[in-house]
Design a protein around this ligand. Structure first.
Ligand code: RAM
Length: 346
C-alpha cells in the first residue's frame, strides 16, 4: 500500500482540462476517476517523472497529469530532472531513481541512445521504463507513450505555415535540442511534406534553441538577420515558439513573418491577441502525463508487458491498446487560434 506523496505543487485547474479532440477517448469505457486504481498490492507504484529539463511549462503540465493519475491509483509521484536539455544530463537522475528502488520511470529523452546504458541498468534492477513525449531507441524502454503520430504532427505544422504564407517563400525551423528524438523525427517528415506538396516553399535552415528561452530568442534574431526574405518560422517546441513570439511581437517583423509550430495556449495567448501568431498546434500535455502514469502502473502490476494488442485502463481517458513497437498513442494534434484559445488554460 502506497501513500500518495506530492513533490510538486498542484496548480490551477489546467490538469482537469481536456481538449475537445482528446476527450473523445472514444470507447471511453467508464472513467475510473477518484481512486479506483489497482487497489491493494499491485506492485511497487512509486513512479518518477523525468522531463527533458525542468522549468518548461509544457512539462509542468504533463507532470501534473501524471501526478493526478498516480494520486487516483494510490501510488507515489516524484518529479526530478536536469536544468539543461543535453544528451546525458538525465543519466544521474535515472541512476538515482534506480538506486532508490522506484517501480517506474517516465522519461522524455533528450537523445535516442545517450541514456540507454543507464536505462538498461535501471531495467535490470526491476524498474519499468516508459518514455513519453520524446522516445529513446525502442530497445531501451518498455513502452513509449506518443502524443500523436509523427506524421500527423509534421503535417499540421506544414499545413499551418503553408496557409499563413500563401504557400510560397522561404521558411526556417527553430527546433529544440539538436539530438531530441521527437523534434528530429518531426523535422524529417516536415522536409518530406514540403518537398512533396509545397514546391514553392523553400526550407532554408534548421536552427536549435536547445529548449532554452534565451538561446531560442537569440536564434530567432539571427534567422531574421540571415534571411531577409524569410516568410515564416516553424518552431516545433513550446519553448522555441514562445521565445520567437516574444522576439517578433516587438519587432518590425511582427505580422510580416509568420510564426507557427507547437505551443501552449497560455504561453502564446498574448501573441495571438496582438497579431504575431495566427494559429499553432499541440495536444493536451496533462493527458499525456496522465496516460503515461496509467501505462506505467499497468506494466508494474502486470496487466500489460508492452506486447502489441495488450490493453489497459487509463482512468478518465478510457481504455488504450499497445500498438506496434510497444507504442501507445494519445490522440491527434489540435489547432489553436483566436477563436478557441480562450477555452484553454495550460
Ligand atoms: C517542448 C519539448 C517537448 C515537445 C514540445 C512540443 O516543450 O521539446 O519535448 O514535445 O516542446
Amino acid at each position: 500500500m502506497f501513500a500518495f506523496t506530492r513533490k510538486t505543487r498542484v496548480g490551477t485547474a489546467a490538469a482537469a482540462l481536456t481538449l475537445a479532440v482528446t476527450l473523445l477517448a472514444t470507447g471511453c469505457s467508464g472513467g475510473a476517476g477518484g481512486g479506483s486504481g489497482s487497489g491493494g498490492d499491485g506492485g511497487n507504484l512509486s513512479i518518477t517523472f523525468l522531463p527533458k529539463n525542468l522549468g518548461n511549462p509544457y512539462f509542468e503540465t504533463s507532470n501534473k497529469g501524471g501526478e493526478e493519475a498516480i494520486k487516483e491509483f494510490g501510488g507515489t509521484f516524484e518529479q526530478v530532472g536536469p536544468s539543461e536539455a543535453t544528451p546525458t544530463s538525465q543519466v544521474q537522475y535515472i541512476q538515482t531513481a534506480a538506486q532508490q528502488g522506484v517501480g517506474g520511470l517516465v522519461i522524455s529523452a533528450n537523445d535516442p541512445s545517450a541514456i540507454c546504458d543507464a536505462l538498461d541498468e535501471a531495467r535490470s534492477a526491476g524498474v519499468k521504463v516508459v518514455t513519453f513525449d520524446s522516445d529513446t531507441d525502442a530497445k531501451c524502454r518498455d513502452l513509449f507513450i506518443n502524443q500523436a503520430t509523427a506524421e500527423g504532427i509534421a503535417k499540421v505544422q506544414v499545413d499551418l505555415v503553408a496557409k499563413q504564407i500563401g504557400d510560397a517563400g522561404q521558411v526556417a525551423v527553430l527546433s529544440a535540442a539538436a539530438n531530441a528524438t521527437n523534434q528530429n523525427a518531426w523535422i524529417e517528415l516536415m522536409k518530406k511534406d514540403f518537398a512533396a506538396d509545397h514546391p514553392n516553399i523553400e526550407l532554408v535552415d534548421v536552427v536549435y534553441g536547445d529548449d532554452d528561452d534565451q538561446t531560442s530568442f537569440d536564434r530567432t534574431a539571427a534567422l531574421l538577420q540571415t534571411y531577409p526574405n524569410l516568410k515564416g518560422i516553424v518552431s516545433p517546441t513550446t519553448v522555441g515558439i514562445a521565445a520567437a513570439g516574444r522576439y517578433l511581437s516587438t519587432s518590425e517583423y511582427k505580422g510580416k513573418v509568420a510564426l507557427t509550430g507547437l505551443g501552449t495556449p497560455n504561453q502564446l495567448r498574448e501573441y495571438v491577441q496582438d497579431g504575431t501568431i495566427t494559429s499553432f498546434a499541440l495536444w493536451n500535455p496533462a493527458d499525456l502525463g496522465y496516460l503515461s502514469a496509467y501505462a506505467t502502473k499497468a506494466l508494474i502490476d502486470g496487466t500489460i508487458t508492452g506486447k502489441e494488442g495488450d490493453s489497459f485502463d487509463a482512468g478518465k481517458l478510457g481504455k488504450f491498446t499497445v500498438g506496434a513497437d510497444a507504442t501507445v498513442l494519445l490522440g491527434d494534434p489540435y489547432v489553436f487560434d483566436a477563436s478557441n484559445i480562450g477555452n484553454f488554460d495550460f
